[in-house]
Design a protein around this ligand. Sequence first.
Ligand SMILES: NC(=O)c1ccc[n+]([C@@H]2O[C@H](COP(=O)([O-])OP(=O)(O)OC[C@H]3O[C@@H](n4cnc5c(N)ncnc54)[C@H](OP(=O)(O)O)[C@@H]3O)[C@@H](O)[C@H]2O)c1
Length: 288
Amino acid sequence: MIALTGASGQLGQLVIKALLDEGVKANEIVAIARSTDKLSDYEKQGVQVRFGDYEKPDTLDKALAGVDKLLLISASEVGKRLPQHKNVIEAVKRSSVKHLTYTSILHADKSPLGLAKEHVETEQLINELNIATTILRNGWYSENYTMGLPNIIEHSTVIGCAGDGKLSTAAREDYALAAAKVLTSEGHSGKVYELAGDEAFTLSEFAEVVGKEFEREIKYQNLSEVEFKSALMQAGLPEGFAQLLADSEKGASNGGLFDNQRQLSKLIRRPTTTISKSIRDFKESYQS
Ligand SMILES: NC(=O)c1ccc[n+]([C@@H]2O[C@H](COP(=O)([O-])OP(=O)(O)OC[C@H]3O[C@@H](n4cnc5c(N)ncnc54)[C@H](OP(=O)(O)O)[C@@H]3O)[C@@H](O)[C@H]2O)c1
């Protein structure tokens, strides 16, 4: 049986879909989440939906019963993730799991992004396990940028602090398919994959593509890290989250979100989704 944590999240739900598309039987998939209600459609299709909270080890033991392969999708509360991941890894040690796959961050070991620390520490814990392991070092989601499109269109401006840093983003769907491929095929034990989009763009180029898709002039305004953080806070983001985003973009200005190895498209056996396509997809879903 193949299980995944974070199954109720945006990436997790796409992984379930990709596993089904890859031919895994619904009753061979164990979807672990706190918000199990978000998985009712998959439950109706026969997917086993089990409650699991990273903060409650006994729920993890129950959730992992009979599982052979586990995808640990990194948790979402920055600062709490290491102890939460540790709880899952300890539960794995007590379970039937023979292969653990983890979603890390691009170039975790040399990333300038503050977000990388918890991922590096989690990878270290995983490396100490005596079972097969695979690390999926996921790059940035294209959706991190397309979700800001309503604001960008309103102000005809993309703001950020990534300077001329190149961003090798890919759609969540691409990363989900990569996870499904690793979970359903052989030869991934001990591997660390650096997963990123085939094409990279600067935020000025992103502004240009948005302008083309929406048929209007969109400019890029590069701010300092401090200015960008305060602009995000003015837009309503909590300070901690604004700081994380500003730090990540600063890291991107130093190449932290760039990669040209094309390991993602090799794994999924098709090109990654272009940023233009992601913009069009957002446009369609927003207008409908
Ligand atoms: N590469 C990128 O650009 C990028 C961007 C943002 C985040 N990330 C990372 O990638 C992960 C997946 O992305 P996503 O877009 O799917 O995020 P998401 O939609 O926010 O989903 C997060 C998932 O984590 C689960 N979770 C959080 N705390 C938990 C806990 N205490 N116990 C059990 N489950 C818990 C949530 O479950 P419930 O719904 O049940 O609470 C949810 O399923 C994120 O969690 C984050 O680590 C990557």
